[in-house]
Write a protein that binds this ligand. Structure first.
Ligand SMILES: [Zn+2]
Length: 392
C-alpha cells in the first residue's frame, strides 16, 4: 500500500495537469461536439497512461469511452462521466484558478478530478505490477447529468462482468464515501376537464386545475421525510384565462426513495391516482429512472475493505448517504457491490464555488488502487469476493 501511495504522491503535478487539461475543454451533456472534444483529450491521456481505449459512439450525446487495463476473467469496473452541467463559455465567468491547495473551476469536482484520480490509480497499479492476471475497466460516459439514457445499457453490461463497481463521483464533505443513494423518480400528472365560461356556464365545466390540486395534495401525503421519502411537485401549469374553466393542468413531480420496496410502493400509489371531481380525468406517466443504491451486504463488505485500505494508508474513511442519484444506482440495483463517492474531496458540485482539494487527491488515487488490489486478493479467501455471493 505504501508503494502505491508513494507513487501517487510523486504524481501530484501529473494529476493537476490532467484535471486542468480536462476542465479547459468544456463539456455540457447537451453539446455533443463539445463533449467529444473533451473525450479526445481524455482518450489521449488514457492512452498515454497505457490503457486500451475504445470509443462507443452515441448519435445524440457524446461518445462514451471504454478504457481497459490488464487481462483475465476477473474484472473491476471504475465508473465516471465527463459531461458537466456547465454551458460552453462558463470558464470565462468561472475561470480555473488556484487558491492555496484548492483548485476552482467548472466540472473539476463533478467530476473531472474523479476521472483523473481513476487514471492515476490505474497507472499506480501498472507501475507497481499489482494488477497481474486481472482486468480493470474505466468506463467514462457522457450523459450522467441528464439521466444516462444512452450509457445505461453499457454501464450495466460492464457491471455484470465485474466483481465490484467503484464510482469516482465526488465524495461527501470531509472525504466520506457514499454507501447509500436514494432512487430518483419523475412523474407527470395530467388532469383533464371540460372548458366552459366561468361566469355564464359554471355548471357545465369541469375544472382541471381544481382536480390537479386534489392530486397534488394526495401525492404530498406520500412524503415521509423520516423514512427518507420526499415528494416535490416542482412544476405546475394549466389554464388560459381566469374567466375560462380550464380543461387541462399538469404537474411534474420529483420523488426520492431509499429502498426498492419504497420505490415500487410509490410507483403503485402514483398509478392508482383517481379523479375526485365529476367530469375530470387523471393520467399519470413516468416512474423511477434510477433505482436506489441500498447499503446491502455486498456494499457493506466493499466499504469495510475500502476502510481497511484507508487505515493502512493512514486515514479513516467515513461513509454516508445522499438523496442524489448517480450511475452507481444502476450497478447496485443489479446486485453488483458498488462503492460510490470515491472521487475528489472538495465542494460546490453544480455551484459557482465548485472546487477540489488538491492535497487529498493523490491519497484518493492510492485508496482506489489499493481497493482494487484488495478486491482481487479477496478471491483467495473462498466466498469473500464481494460480487459472487450476492448474485448466486
Ligand atoms: Zn457527477
Amino acid at each position: 500500500m505504501q508503494q502505491l501511495l508513494a507513487f501517487c504522491e510523486s504524481q501530484r503535478d501529473w494529476l493537476l495537469e490532467t484535471i486542468e487539461l480536462l476542465a479547459r475543454v468544456e463539456s455540457p451533456s447537451t453539446d455533443k461536439a463539445a463533449v467529444d472534444r473533451c473525450g479526445r483529450v481524455l482518450t489521449d491521456r488514457l492512452r498515454a497512461a497505457g490503457l486500451r481505449v475504445t470509443t462507443v459512439p452515441s448519435p445524440t450525446m457524446g461518445d462514451h469511452l471504454l478504457a481497459e487495463l490488464g487481462d483475465g476473467d476477473r474484472q473491476v469496473l471504475l465508473l465516471g462521466h465527463f459531461d458537466t452541467v456547465w454551458p460552453v463559455g462558463q470558464l470565462e465567468r468561472m475561470p480555473l484558478r488556484r487558491d492555496g491547495n484548492l483548485l476552482y473551476g467548472p466540472g473539476v469536482f463533478d467530476m473531472k478530478a474523479g476521472l483523473s484520480i481513476a487514471t492515476l490509480a490505474l497507472r499506480a497499479l501498472v507501475e507497481t505490477g499489482r494488477l497481474a492476471g486481472h482486468r480493470a475497466v474505466l468506463l467514462c460516459t457522457t450523459d450522467e447529468e441528464v439521466g444516462s439514457r444512452t450509457s445505461r445499457a453499457l454501464i450495466e453490461e460492464q457491471a455484470r462482468r465485474s466483481e465490484a463497481v467503484l464510482v469516482l463521483e465526488p465524495s461527501l464533505p470531509g472525504g466520506a464515501v457514499k454507501t447509500r443513494r436514494k432512487g430518483c423518480g419523475d412523474f407527470d400528472i395530467v388532469a383533464t376537464g371540460v372548458s366552459a365560461h366561468a361566469g355564464i356556464d359554471p355548471g357545465k365545466g369541469a375544472n382541471a386545475i381544481h382536480e390537479l390540486a386534489h392530486q397534488i395534495v394526495a401525492v404530498e401525503r406520500l412524503q415521509d421525510l423520516d423514512r427518507g421519502i420526499s415528494v416535490n411537485a416542482g412544476i405546475v401549469a394549466g389554464g388560459t384565462r381566469t374567466n375560462v374553466i380550464p380543461e387541462r393542468a399538469t404537474a411534474r413531480v420529483d420523488v426520492r426513495a431509499p429502498t426498492l420496496e419504497d420505490a415500487s410502493r410509490l410507483e403503485a400509489a402514483f398509478r392508482a391516482l383517481t379523479p375526485r371531481l365529476a367530469g375530470t380525468a387523471v393520467a399519470v406517466s413516468g416512474g423511477f429512472n434510477r433505482p436506489p443504491l441500498e447499503r446491502n451486504a455486498g456494499v457493506a463488505r466493499l466499504y469495510e475493505w475500502a476502510r481497511g485500505v484507508a487505515r493502512e494508508l493512514g486515514r479513516d474513511l467515513p461513509e454516508g448517504g445522499t438523496g442524489g442519484g448517480s450511475d452507481g444506482n444502476f450497478t447496485a440495483a443489479l446486485g453488483v457491490p458498488t462503492l460510490d463517492g470515491l472521487g475528489a474531496v472538495g465542494d460546490g458540485a453544480h455551484a459557482l464555488h465548485e472546487h477540489v482539494d488538491l492535497d487529498w487527491l493523490p491519497w484518493r488515487a492510492a485508496l482506489v488502487a489499493g481497493l482494487i488490489t484488495r478486491i482481487f486478493d479477496g478471491a483467495g479467501e473462498r466466498g469473500t469476493t464481494p460480487g459472487r455471493p450476492m448474485r448466486e
